[in-house]
Design a protein around this ligand. Structure first.
Ligand code: DC
Length: 226
């Protein structure tokens, strides 16, 4: 018996925190699909490619030697033998990853990779997979599909605290590009603000992480056990 839980949502909705906690709670593996886009960005930059050169970036992605460790206690991304986990969320990558994420040929390749990882995880009991198009494109047949949303100003404040330790006018402004502009760009290639049929929506705007987790568990229990 294996379980696949798919979680979508925009930046700052708390997807990663909720997904990792659910994975630990249910003894499942954990896949952050956004990190595969970030790894492809690092690989293209290291290969000296212009990120606007769609064909070259897609070709590099197809040849990318990426190993993904799906342990929720310590997910890791190893690129060409080097652990790049700590480099994935640097500003250098965050500022340009959307250029790679809107490349449809890259998306096709990463979808293939993500599905392969999810299938491998099934043998280990299952997985919580998170990311923009996971409930709709990557794993539309997941046992549980959840769309996590939060009000834009709330998402901006959370990201500002993550990045700068405080959410004031200055740090919110500095974070705007990362959250709102990137969502707008990502929205051109995947739909992650409205839930299609069969996808539960959880709005955690007014919830602290513990409440969001409890609400997530309640939804999973209802779906799996009626
Ligand atoms: O969730 P994140 O910020 O790590 O995602 C990095 C980038 O990849 C961001 O531009 C959204 C995009 N992405 C995507 O298009 N599809 C996914 N399944 C996951 C992420």
């Amino acid at each position: 018996m294996s379980i696949v839980i798919a979680i979508d949502g925009p930046s700052g909705s708390g997807k990663s925190t909720l997904s990792r906690r659910l994975a630990r709670h249910y003894g499942l593996q954990y896949l952050d699909t956004g990190s595969t886009y970030r790894a492809a960005t690092i690989w293209a930059l290291r290969s000296g490619l212009d990120l606007e050169d769609r064909e070259a970036v897609a070709e590099a992605t197809r040849a990318m030697p990426l190993e993904v460790v799906t342990d929720p206690e310590g997910p890791r991304y190893v690129l060409d033998g080097e652990d790049i986990t700590e480099q994935l969320h640097t500003g250098e990558v965050s500022n340009v990853v959307s250029k790679v994420a809107v490349n449809l040929a890259v998306r096709a390749e990463l979808k293939r990779l993500q599905r392969e990882i999810i299938e491998n995880c099934r043998e280990l009991g299952g997985v919580v997979a998170e990311g923009r198009d996971v409930t709709t494109v990557v794993a539309p047949d997941a046992d549980v599909r959840l769309l996590l949303i939060a009000a834009p100003e709330e998402r901006l404040a959370r990201r500002a605290v993550d990045r700068h330790g405080v959410a004031d006018a200055e740090t919110m402004e500095a974070t705007k590009h990362e959250v709102l502009d990137r969502d707008a760009s990502d929205a051109t290639v995947s739909q992650f603000m409205e839930a299609p049929d069969g996808v539960y929506t959880l709005d955690n705007s007014k919830m602290v992480p513990d409440e969001s987790f409890a609400a997530g568990v309640a939804i999973v229990e209802r779906i799996l056990h009626g």
